[in-house]
Design a binder for this molecule. Structure first.
Ligand SMILES: *Cc1c(COP(=O)(O)O)cnc(C)c1O
Length: 417
């Protein structure tokens, strides 16, 4: 699918007069549209709820938009819980706490905020009991092991993943939790990341629905929700086809009607913890070309670096680039688009065909709305960028300022700046 920026060159020029590059820009309209489509696609399930994975974009202004669209949040750390509380999610049903290797103070806060605790391991039952008590509603994370494939495509390798419980552990955990007084149960599993396939959720749903029926029949437990977690992906590359969320919703519905309804479990709610799908396409990293260099290859140096977007350096991930104002010019140059870190993997694009880039050009790096700003770091003394919201009226509003050297030095002892 062709990659078109959600912002015009004129809008960006206006925004950059007030807020210098680099910055992450988010599209409020697009975020709302994606959230509405998701809820519509699952409207057949009365209790459907999306718990946005905060780790993807831990920014209060974004969380508030999602809250207005009816979403809850999925947290996995102390500060994510604190941020979610401040954003008004601590109402007893809007926080999922899907953590692992969890420190005790995180369980204590999660329980205090009325979060649904999603236990990653059977040993955490005792850990929870000894520290803050077992809540009446709880979720357990399942890991089926082995290899997860869709048809002939190997999607991921759950057997190598550190998360979740084996099937015998899950049955044992439910038995013990029931004895401890748990009244409402859920099951959760996350088997593959960034799937660009309408099959992933329906296949996962069928596995989980069958498991729910087995658990209910074996242990007479009250299962009220199935959490399909994250994993619905986006087409980072223009030659990939995007997922169709309505086809996905329909596929899950078919599994639901085939497996849960006949088992008299038609009241079960479907939960999701999508991060990437909700936000990735609705973020751009906006940078400016500041240098060009001609050695053995052609380089364009930009004013951002891997500290602002780690995915290309870390995973070799493709992020599409648009040179603003040159959308219709031929891509007759081949560039490495690079940042300033003293790390040779600090490259946003390698051997990328692009129109001729001149110093001063604005570049949009696509699909940075999830795991973009969030994975930022300070290596080489790089400072994290600002975050700007492109509001529905087309104007930009700063929702997080850029870091300053004072922020960078702030945690040092005895170093007065
Ligand atoms: C990362 C994560 C998610 C979100 O995953 P996406 O692929 O971004 O949708 C959801 N749940 C848990 C437990 C996670 O760790």
């Amino acid at each position: 699918m062709e990659k078109i920026p959600f912002v015009t060159k004129e809008q960006l020029e206006e925004i950059t007069m007030q807020y210098p590059t680099p910055f992450h820009l988010y599209d409020e309209k697009g975020i709302r549209r994606t959230a509405r489509d998701l809820y519509e696609a699952f409207s057949w399930n009365e209790g459907f709820n999306e718990y946005f994975a905060v780790k993807a974009t831990p920014t209060p202004a974004i969380l508030k938009i999602l809250k207005e669209e009816g979403c809850g949040v999925d947290c996995s750390s102390l500060t994510e819980l604190m941020m979610s509380e401040r954003c008004g999610f601590a109402d007893g049903s809007s926080i999922m706490f899907s953590s692992n290797e969890t420190p005790v103070e995180e369980y204590i806060l999660a329980k205090k905020l009325g979060a649904i605790i999603n236990l990653d391991d059977i040993t955490h039952i005792d850990f929870l009991k000894e520290t803050c008590g077992i809540p009446e509603r709880i979720c357990c994370r399942y890991n089926p092991g082995g290899i997860f494939s869709l048809g002939t495509d190997i999607m991921d390798n759950p057997g190598d993943a550190k998360y979740g419980m084996t099937k015998p552990q899950l049955f044992e955990a439910f038995k013990r939790l029931k004895a401890e007084g748990v009244k409402e149960f859920g099951i959760h599993s996350f088997l593959a990341s960034n799937t660009v396939s309408n099959e992933y959720y329906p296949v996962l749903a069928a596995i989980m629905f069958s498991l729910a029926v087995e658990l209910k029949e074996a242990l007479d437990v009250n299962i009220t929700f199935v959490n399909l977690s994250g994993g619905i992906g986006i087409p980072y590359s223009p030659d990939q086809e995007p997922n169709d969320i309505f086809a996905i919703g329909q596929g899950v519905r078919e599994a639901f009607e085939e497996i849960l309804v006949p088992a008299e479990m038609g009241h079960v709610s479907i939960f999701a913890e999508l991060g990437r799908y909700m936000l990735a396409p609705h973020g751009h990293l906006v940078v400016r070309a500041i240098h060009e260099k001609h050695i053995y290859k052609e380089y364009i140096g930009v004013d951002a670096c891997a500290a602002h977007l780690m995915r290309p350096a870390m995973y070799g991930a493709y992020h599409h680039i648009t040179v603003m104002g040159k959308e219709n010019e031929p891509c007759d140059h081949v560039y490495d688009v690079v940042g300033s870190l003293c790390e040779n993997n600090d490259k946003f694009a390698i051997d990328r065909k692009l129109p001729k880039i001149d110093k001063g050009d604005l570049l949009v790096i696509h699909d940075t709305g999830a795991h973009g700003y969030a994975m930022g770091y300070n290596y080489n003394g790089a400072l994290r960028s600002a975050e700007i919201l492109l509001q529905e009226d087309g104007t930009g509003r700063m929702i997080r300022r850029a870091e300053t050297p004072e922020d960078y030095f702030a945690t040092l002892e005895g170093f007065d700046f």
